[in-house]
Ligand binder design. Structure first.
Ligand code: ADP
Ligand code: TRP
Length: 321
């Protein structure tokens, strides 16, 4: 089984990215052939600062390697090191109906917000489909927000196969329901575009301040809180604390007697400890960037071995060869 996922270098990774995308992907590297890439082409629809792109790309490489991506098990590369994906985008894009792309949430949400769309934003699901189809992918672990893109990928693969004959593997998505949407500090979905994130790595003081700043209601500590399971700090605690510890906090909050300040302090400690080993590993890697670069270069070579076979198959199927 071949498992593939990409992560866009458009900012600093947060714990929504970690629990929704990274951790499931890292666990899956033991279950099949893992293909994981940094989607730097995808970052271009929104980010136009070249230095920032380089920085985020390097940062994400460090993050993934620090959090347990094992380059001996997984193929890890930078998307743009295989420009072949752009060729495949054209091949499949030429069969993709405008209507399908017009219905994409990613496009509709941005235009509804008044962002004037460019070709890249409109074509984004086609590039994403090419990312997946280029490697004969069976399984794509993603968050809920990517579900529609996977459906579009399947539609595109099926249409190509019907038009030109069996060419592409039709992939499945894997969405982890228990962590499907990690809430942000304001209760909405955690997202860098909402400014409500808790970063995986960052300055201790600033992160403590963010967590201690979560706004709660004005009920007194003594008051029982029957809605304890809906409490944002409890929801986040369930991700970073052992199950019995999180359950204990939840029970104390429900019964009354646990103040919000103490709850948030507990959340911060568990969050900070959860990522401590990864923080140490990341510092080590950051001092050895040549190694990180060599991992990505080697990954690109291994990815190309697969991509060249699939691209040739697609080119032949549609009469380019
Ligand atoms: P952001 O919303 O911060 O821009 P991205 O769109 O770059 O995040 O998402 C990268 C990956 O992380 C995707 O697979 C996405 O589904 C997942 N992801 C992002 N935010 C969350 C969240 N709050 N909960 C669960 N998964 C998330
Ligand atoms: N679009 C995905 C996101 O925003 C990132 C991505 C690009 C991706 N190509 C992919 C994810 C292919 C899975 C498979 O999160």
């Amino acid at each position: 089984m071949r498992i593939l996922t990409g992560i866009t270098p458009s900012g600093t990774l947060h714990i929504g990215n970690y629990f929704g995308a990274m951790r499931p992907a890292i666990e899956l590297q033991d279950r099949g052939e893992a293909y994981y890439f940094i989607a730097d082409y995808h970052s271009m629809t929104a980010l136009t600062d070249a230095e920032a792109r380089r920085g985020f790309t390097r940062g994400i490489a460090l993050d993934w390697l620090a959090c347990g991506l094992d380059p001996k098990k997984a193929i890890f590369w930078r998307q743009s090191d295989l420009p072949e994906v752009c060729e495949l985008t054209w091949l499949i894009g030429s069969l993709t109906p405008m209507g399908l792309l017009e219905r994409a949430h990613s496009f509709k949400d941005k235009t509804a917000k008044g962002i004037s769309p460019n070709f890249g934003l409109f074509a984004y699901p086609v590039l994403m489909a090419a990312d997946i189809l280029l490697y004969d992918t069976n399984l794509v672990p993603v968050g809920k927000d990517q579900k529609q893109h996977l459906e579009m990928t399947r539609d595109i693969a099926i249409k190509f196969n019907q038009t030109y004959g069996e060419t592409f593997v039709v992939p499945e998505e894997e969405i982890r329901d228990e962590v499907a949407v990690v809430p942000g500090l304001d209760g909405q979905k955690m997202s860098k575009s909402y400014g409500n994130t808790v970063e995986i790595f960052g300055d201790e003081k600033a992160l403590r301040k963010k967590i201690m700043g979560i706004v709660m209601d004005s009920r007194t500590p003594a008051e029982p809180k029957p809605d304890a399971d809906k409490n944002l700090a409890i929801q986040l605690l369930k991700l970073v604390a052992p199950a019995d510890v999180a359950a204990d906090y939840e029970n104390r909050l429900r019964a009354g007697g646990l103040g919000y300040g103490d709850l948030k302090k507990g959340l911060f400690e568990h969050y900070w400890n959860y990522f401590a080993p990864y923080r140490a590993k990341r510092a080590e890697l950051a001092a050895n960037l040549d190694y990180v670069e060599s991992v990505l270069r080697d990954g690109a070579e291994r990815a190309r071995a697969t991509a060249s076979v699939v691209l040739k198959r697609a080119r032949k199927a549609c009469g380019l060869e």
